[in-house]
Write a protein that binds this ligand. Structure first.
Ligand code: TUI
Length: 314
């Protein structure tokens, strides 16, 4: 059995969070992951505060286990969503794509545990000072909005910079990823792409098919020119966008191209115009499975690897 400080802190069985995938991670998926012993997370993404409240109620109808909500800090509804989370006293709030500083006091006062995603040591130190309960160090192997550093170099540097529990994210899809990031100092993992193909994930079937068929080099990062690099599958949309970044078109026109593309991928399965966010692990994901089975299988693989690590020591 693999149990760490994050299990005790949150009352979860396995030290694993499901990533807050915008347009994808709803109350049903979050409940399935939490019932499987991990921490299920609802993605607020760009959604309205009403949608987020509805999804919180769905999780609470399905399970009494702890769960989280991920706040996408670039969302136009971020302030309204932030208020709903405090009002609902959501057990865990994770954040992404920015600095959650201005919301921390209200969330902590409501008794929520705040676990920000950080992509740098500076942000890790700031979040530690502001009262975070733990940190998620996310490397650029992950899908979606990405930082500069890889998981391999980010996790140990974040661990050195904080006394808080650190979860590793980016590039983890099986037990080998768990074992490796534990060696870097992490005491838990966050996994997105593998849960995208969970049976309980209601993303469009075309999206799941694309992940299951992806190769090791199936993803690309775009958006650097506008300061928001994003990793997604190579598709007509992302290839055209990548070309446009190096063309003479204006920033405004470039920005306009991405509007609605996440929804088109997740809800319509639109292979032409959709933006299919995915991590570099897509190439190692081959099966749709129930969320609980994914969790059990990952930890069943990690345990003998961690136990057997002594073989290297003479
Ligand atoms: O947030 C993510 N991944 C995401 S968010 C998302 S939705 C989206 N839609 C359109 C454009 C962009 C995103 C899809 N995927 N991951 C967590 C994460 N956070 N990765 C990196 C960061 C991060 C970056 C900068 C955290 C803090 C930060 O601080 C900057 C600052 O304000 O100093």
């Amino acid at each position: 059995m693999i149990k760490t400080s994050i299990c005790d802190l949150l009352g979860i069985e396995y030290p694993i969070f499901q990533g807050g995938m915008a347009w994808i991670a709803d109350g049903k998926l979050a409940a399935a992951v939490s019932m499987g012993g991990g921490l299920g997370i609802i993605a607020a993404g760009n959604a309205s505060a009403d949608y987020v409240r509805e999804q919180i109620h769905i999780v609470r109808q399905l399970t009494e286990k702890p769960f989280g909500v991920n706040v996408m800090l670039m969302s136009p509804s971020v302030n309204e969503v932030a208020a709903v989370l405090a009002e609902e006293k959501v057990p865990v709030i994770t954040t992404g794509a920015g600095n959650p500083g201005k919301h921390m006091k209200a969330w902590l006062a409501a008794g929520c545990k705040v676990i920000p995603v950080v992509a740098s040591v500076a942000m890790a130190k700031l979040m530690t000072r502001l009262g975070a309960a733990a940190l998620i160090a996310e490397g650029g192997e992950s899908g979606g909005h990405v930082g500069e550093l890889t998981t391999m170099v980010l996790v140990p540097q974040v661990c050195d910079a904080t006394s808080l529990p650190v979860l590793a994210a980016g590039g983890i899809a099986d037990g080998r990823g768990i074992a490796a990031t534990f060696m870097l100092g992490a005491c838990g993992v966050q996994v997105g792409t593998r849960f995208l193909v969970a049976k309980e994930c209601s993303v469009h079937p075309v999206y799941k098919e694309k992940i299951l068929k992806a190769s090791d080099i199936a993803t690309i990062t775009t958006g650097k020119r506008l300061g928001h690099p994003v990793r997604s599958l190579k598709t007509p949309f992302s290839r055209d966008y990548a070309k446009a970044e190096f063309s003479a078109i204006s920033d405004k026109e470039l920005d306009g191209r991405a509007a609605g593309a996440l929804r088109l991928a997740a809800k319509e399965g639109d292979g032409e115009h959709g933006c299919f966010l995915a991590g570099q692990v897509a190439g190692m994901i081959h099966r749709e499975q129930p969320a609980a089975e994914i969790i059990r299988e990952m930890f069943a693989q990690a345990e003998p690897l961690l136990k057997g690590a002594y073989q290297w020591v003479r």
